[in-house]
Every structure is written in C-alpha cells, then in structure tokens.
Design a protein around this ligand. Structure first.
Ligand SMILES: [Ca+2]
Length: 154
C-alpha cells in the first residue's frame, strides 16, 4: 500500500509537470518588454507590441501558425514567405521583406526560447511596414490603454 507521502509526492510532481507543460514555452510580459527595449523600442510603442504578441502568439515563443502557402513563426509570428529563411541583401524596393534589413534568420531560430533575434526581426518589420503588417495588431489593438498591457512593473 503506498504511503500518503508517496501519493503526495507523485501528485506534486504531476502538478509541476502540468504547469511546466502549460507555461514552459511562454515568455512573460516583462521578458518581451526587455527584448524589445534591447532593440531600441521606445516605451510609447510597448503597449502596441504587447497587444500584438498577445493576439499573435499569446506569448508562446514556439508557436507556429499556418497560412496558405506559408507559416508564421514564434512569439511575433514572423512569416516564412517574406521575413525568415530568406537570403540577405537582395531587393531594397520592398522594405518590409526583412531580408533587406539583415534579418535573414532561419525560421526555426524564431521558435527557440531566445527571443532576442525574434525581436530584432520584428522591430525591422515594424519599421518598414508598421504594426499593421500583423493582423493580430490590426484586428485587436486599436485601443491598447487597458491594464492588460501595462508594463510599469517591467
Ligand atoms: Ca529565437
């Protein structure tokens, strides 16, 4: 007959595994803020970025979204047709094709736990095409004044 301690131990372990499974592949709001600040993003843009991340990936850095003919990778859902896995230094005429801005990362590098290269890429996309390059921002982030996007503790 198993001891109470044993059952308790197994239960705690199970909870830890489940919690780890649920939250292991996400970043906190402040981790996203930090990655963006490292790329020179002004505080006045942070609420828009947090709303974008919320609606694009819900803070899951390993998220992969499927479109017809392309995929979106990582916490910023960066697109494989235009923005990742492309050679660098080609056309300068289509600014938001980030290969023109030195963001030639492989798409899979956008799903690991280091989001610094993701932020680098995303900030360049935004500089070229604005936040409206992301449907998640366009559809949900016209008013980002709510407490959900408060970053004052970061
Ligand atoms: Ca990455």
């Amino acid at each position: 007959m198993p001891s109470c301690g044993g059952i308790l131990f197994v239960s705690i372990l199970l909870v830890l595994v489940l919690v780890g499974y649920s939250y292991g592949a996400t970043k906190t709001k402040c981790q996203v803020v930090q990655a963006l600040r490292n790329q020179g993003v002004p505080d006045s843009d942070l609420r828009d970025w947090l709303c974008l991340v919320k609606h694009e990936s819900n803070f899951h850095y390993d998220a992969i979204g499927t479109n017809s003919g392309s995929k979106d990778y990582g916490i910023f859902q960066i697109n494989s047709k235009f923005n990742c896995g492309r050679p660098s230094g080609t056309s300068t005429s289509i600014c938001w094709r980030v290969n023109t801005y030195g963001c030639a990362d492989s798409c899979t590098s956008l799903t690991n736990s280091d989001i610094s290269n993701d932020a680098y890429c995303a900030v360049r996309i935004k500089k070229c095409g604005g936040f409206s390059k992301w449907n998640g921002w366009k559809d949900y982030c016209s008013n980002v004044q709510g407490s959900e996007y408060d970053y004052s503790t970061c």
